[in-house]
Design a protein around this ligand. Structure first.
Ligand SMILES: NC(=O)c1ccc[n+]([C@@H]2O[C@H](COP(=O)([O-])OP(=O)(O)OC[C@H]3O[C@@H](n4cnc5c(N)ncnc54)[C@H](OP(=O)(O)O)[C@@H]3O)[C@@H](O)[C@H]2O)c1
Length: 222
């Protein structure tokens, strides 16, 4: 599969490593330009590209940059990109530690809805609830006891099934976590967040989540 990855940090870098190890073609971009990705390219054999090229190179395009930087992406990032291309959002809103205030989310918008609105494209939410290091190292063969499961939420069943299959290839059980309107159940501070549960545990954690955004996950500025 051709996979575009926008963001080459903790998550983007490790997804590049794992997808390349599985034999996928990876087109990876950061904010500073392809020439700054030499180390990752040498290590993995991924193709370094611009952000625009990454959006146009994948059957799946994974957007994995800090939330505060999402509005900096080109306005027409996905213009002309086929609707068949699956866009994945790995993002989490960290208002106090990193992102500052994002009004739409503070006003109650689900994080991935906000990302989808910014990108002007439907998204599938995945990979947001596992530490990058665990994503790199803790994958196991299907059927292994204690295999970690990851929730995948989105409105398009075909797109979601493609992401669930990639999750399985990476060594994790994919759990269908419903539509994007359900994806608050896997946001930061929910039981499934960084829980490393198996599939039954993920289902239980999603079911027991509370919609309330706790004060420590809200911006302190008005
Ligand atoms: N770290 C984790 O364990 C983890 C786990 C799950 C989900 N997440 C979420 O996944 C997202 C990415 O997290 P991360 O930890 O991988 O971030 P990170 O290590 O800080 O890396 C951010 C990457 O985004 C790139 N970037 C920033 N602005 C950009 C722009 N306008 N255009 C293109 N690329 C841009 C950066 O490129 P430059 O270096 O060139 O600026 C860098 O490669 C966040 O929402 C985070 O909350 C993180």
């Amino acid at each position: 599969m051709n996979i575009g990855i926008i963001g080459a940090g903790n998550i983007g870098g490790n997804l590049t490593r794992r997808f390349r190890a599985l034999g996928h073609k990876v087109f990876v971009a950061n904010s500073r330009g392809p020439e700054t990705l030499a180390d990752l390219v040498e290590e993995t054999g991924a193709t370094p590209v611009t952000v625009d090229q990454a959006a146009r190179s994948g059957d799946v395009v994974i957007v994995t940059i800090p939330m505060k930087n999402i509005p900096d992406l080109p306005r027409d990032l996905f213009a002309g990109v086929s609707d068949d291309v699956v866009v994945v959002d790995t993002g989490n809103y960290y208002p106090q530690q990193r992102d500052g205030r994002i009004a739409g989310i503070e006003d109650g918008m689900i994080e991935s809805r906000w990302v989808s609105q910014q990108l002007g494209r439907p998204v599938v939410k995945a990979f947001n609830n596992i530490y990058a290091e665990h994503l790199l190292k803790l994958g196991k063969r299907a059927g292994s006891p204690g295999r970690i499961a990851l929730p995948v939420a989105g409105d398009d069943e075909r797109a979601k099934s493609i992401v669930l299959k990639l999750v399985d290839e990476l060594g994790f059980d994919g759990v269908d976590a419903g539509g994007l309107d359900d994806s608050w159940r896997q946001q930061p501070a929910t039981p499934v967040y960084a829980g490393d549960f198996d599939a039954a545990g993920v289902r239980r954690a999603l079911a027991s989540a509370s919609r309330e955004r706790k004060p420590e996950w809200r911006s302190k500025s008005a």
